[in-house]
Design a protein around this ligand. Structure first.
Ligand code: RP5
Length: 163
């Protein structure tokens, strides 16, 4: 299947976080590709990836990075596709550094910034699916179904002390 979402990250060490985005895309039936693309270690690859993303058929890019997390902003500077940034929880500063690096884009180049860590990666997958769902009925129905089941599961388990 033609990938519609580019799921990239600054390092292999980001995968335990970013796999949660992949899991959500799998669950919702969205085709994606995964790549390590580092703003600092492979800047030429970053430019090439971002510049060719649209012509290769991608519709959304999810970019996860930690620490001096320039990847989402730099990718956004080279493509008009929507870019969703996931701040990876860094060891030194618990991801606050990643969050501030990604969220504080200057006006004019947009990055949609998610929460730090697993929740952010999960929601990046969900939001990417919602974007794809604007033109793909199967994916839109899968998102609706996911949300319906989530609501039902809360309603079916009202007692917090019950296992
Ligand atoms: C960032 O530096 C990566 O996104 C990663 O979160 C962080 C540390 O990378 P490694 O030193 O573990 O490769 O570019």
């Amino acid at each position: 299947m033609q990938p519609l979402v580019g799921l990239i990250m600054g390092s292999k060490s980001d995968w335990p976080t970013m796999e949660h985005a992949a899991n959500m895309l799998d669950k919702l039936g969205v085709a994606y590709e995964t790549r390590v693309v580092s703003a600092h270690r492979t800047p030429d690859l970053l430019f090439d990836y971002a510049k060719t993303a649209s012509e290769r058929g991608l519709k959304v890019i999810i970019a996860g990075a930690g620490g001096a997390a320039h990847l989402p902003g730099m990718v956004a500077s080279q493509t008009s596709l929507p870019v969703l940034g996931v701040p990876v929880q860094s060891k030194a500063l618990n991801g606050l550094d990643s969050l501030l690096s990604i969220v504080q884009m200057p006006g004019g180049i947009a990055v949609g910034t998610l929460a730090i860590g697993k929740a952010g990666a999960t929601n990046a997958g969900l939001l990417a699916a919602q974007i794809v769902g604007t033109f793909n009925d199967d994916v839109r129905k899968a998102v609706d179904e996911f949300r319906k089941n989530q609501t039902q599961s809360v309603l079916d388990n009202p007692d917090p002390q019950e296992q």
